[in-house]
Design a protein around this ligand. Structure first.
Ligand SMILES: Nc1ncnc2c1ncn2[C@@H]1O[C@H](COP(=O)(O)OP(=O)(O)OP(=O)(O)O)[C@@H](O)[C@H]1O
Length: 268
């Protein structure tokens, strides 16, 4: 392992993901596959943000899901602090799942509508044996709600009873409460009003500074990705077409595709 990889919290090496889209109706033999992700490589350093940008269908979400362990790659490997996640023991895998959290585009859709916000945020404390009892869990929920700028009375509300922005703050609280090393933010502001988008982006920035969390920040909006990221990969048709320091990629885009993403961000 190189020194550079040693410093990284996540390393993705030659990740490829193929989906079977056609099988023989009698034999079940695979007739057609599509590659959603092709040979993707990157490093995410502690406390830094890697932005993944690209148009719809370019493979961003699939990449995030593979890194977060929600899907297995067809080829390639993901390393968490140098340990291949496919070779982890059950205990190591549990620890990795705790340390790599997600925030999705639709926070309401990612929460069970039958539970109150307080229960939703405290749930991982019990499933991961972090809190000893309800009192301790409640104290931790109160602390995390203050961190994400939510009023304590939100604990007794259902996801359907709060706004999209409040719900995304609650989703951030649920991710944060287990003290993760990485949060995979998959289009976390795309579904929100423009005025709320800036609040959530700035909250994520503030939390990163305070808690030294790394983000994998996925968005089709190169402007938002630029604001959030230290390094960027630009994806097209499942492949990385450009990668590097955010400032450099944005100021000196080498690819026509990146220039087009930049033009559309300026118009918007
Ligand atoms: N389960 C699946 N079966 C077949 N094809 C899939 C599956 N999941 C994703 N794909 C295809 O893989 C490609 C990449 O999808 P992915 O969702 O990762 O892209 P994306 O960049 O996140 O796009 P979006 O922003 O629209 O979600 C797309 O062409 C998609 O249709």
């Amino acid at each position: 392992m190189s020194i550079e990889e040693n410093k990284s919290v996540i390393t993705a090496k030659n990740i490829r993901k193929e989906y079977v889209v056609k099988k023989h109706f009698l034999t079940g033999k695979v007739k057609e596959k599509v590659a959603a992700v092709k040979s993707v490589n990157f490093i995410v350093e502690e406390g830094k943000t890697l932005g993944i940008v690209g148009e719809s269908g370019s493979g961003k979400s699939t990449t995030g899901e593979i890194v977060g362990g929600l899907q297995k790659p067809t080829y390639g490997s993901v390393y968490y602090y140098g340990k291949n996640i496919a070779e982890m023991t059950a205990e190591e895998h549990k620890e990795y799942r705790r340390n790599v959290q997600f925030i999705f585009q639709d926070p309401q859709g990612s929460m069970d509508p039958n539970y109150k916000i307080g229960e939703i945020i405290s749930m991982p404390l019990f499933t991961l044996n972090i809190a000893r009892d309800k009192k301790e869990a409640n104290k931790m929920v109160d602390e995390i709600l203050a961190k994400v700028g939510l009023d304590l009375n939100i604990k007794n509300k259902y996801p359907s009873e709060i706004s999209g922005g409040q719900c995304q703050r609650a989703a951030i609280a649920r991710a944060l409460i287990v003290s993760p090393k990485v949060i995979i933010c998959d289009e976390p502001v795309s579904a929100l009003d423009v005025s709320i988008q800036a609040q959530i982006i700035n909250l994520l920035k503030k939390l990163q500074k305070e808690l030294n969390i790394a983000y994998i920040f996925i968005s089709h909006d190169i402007g938002v990705v630029n604001y959030m990221s230290d390094t960027i990969i630009v994806m097209q048709n499942g492949a990385v077409v450009e990668a590097g320091e955010a400032k450099h990629v944005l100021l000196h885009p080498a690819e026509e595709y990146t220039k087009k993403l930049l033009d559309s961000a300026i118009i918007n």
